[in-house]
Design a protein around this ligand. Sequence first.
Ligand SMILES: [Zn+2]
Length: 281
Amino acid sequence: MLTPTKTMLHMARDGGYAVGAFNVYNLEGVLAVVAAAEDEFGPAILQLHPEALRHGGKPLVEMCLAAARNSFIPMSVHLDHSASDEDIRLALDAGLVSIMADGSSMAYDDNVAFTGGVTALVHSKDGTVEAELGRLAGTEDDLTVPENLAKLTDPDQAADFVDRTGIDALAVCIGNVHGTYSGEPVLDFPRLQAIEARIDIPLVLHGASGLSQEMIGRSIAFGVRKFNVNTEVRQAYMSSLTARLGESPQPDLSSVMGSAVDAMKSVVASKIRLFGTSGKG
Ligand SMILES: [Zn+2]
């Protein structure tokens, strides 16, 4: 059932778990996330990156909303990393009211003004806003941030930011990166604990692909209620396509799409179990 993102995050806080937000690009991705969530009886978020939104437009948003509505599991549909008013407007017009306002590349006061503006607009539609403070290194779709430009979230600034913008969830930068980690991930848990002590809204961790069970557990203990997973699901999709095309130059298309759904579904299901969400639907 289509459920507001903030309701899902508050359910997660009450239940001591976190919800996975899985980036989807097309019907196969949507089918994989819904099937995994239903098999695991665990809530999940269908997440669209602005690149996917621009490619798929209103039909893609409507497909995600319909899939969430038709599921017996609580699901929401969320727009990831948006810095453009045009993308946000397109999403809102299509009925998607859960938005990440990403002003993390802006100067602090500009981020506050941008995020506050988006929050007022989205709240007027009863929606949910996630925003980011600090800056994540790594690559996601069309955006690459080199490591030397990454910035960790400052706990005091986080408290001021939440106060001034009225956001519903805060994405933190504590050493997490977009894409693939080079070497073992190193997360700054004392920083996460300090952030959690100063603000009382749910926290979000991007770049959850490749984090160990221990890191996931500690993140949840310090207030993370949403993990974003993109890389591993995308890799499962591409590997499945490559394997099937390697087997035969002209495979049956429906069967290729089915294999891709199965490959993504198994990654999503393993994350739902890892995040402690199984059985919480
Ligand atoms: Zn992200």
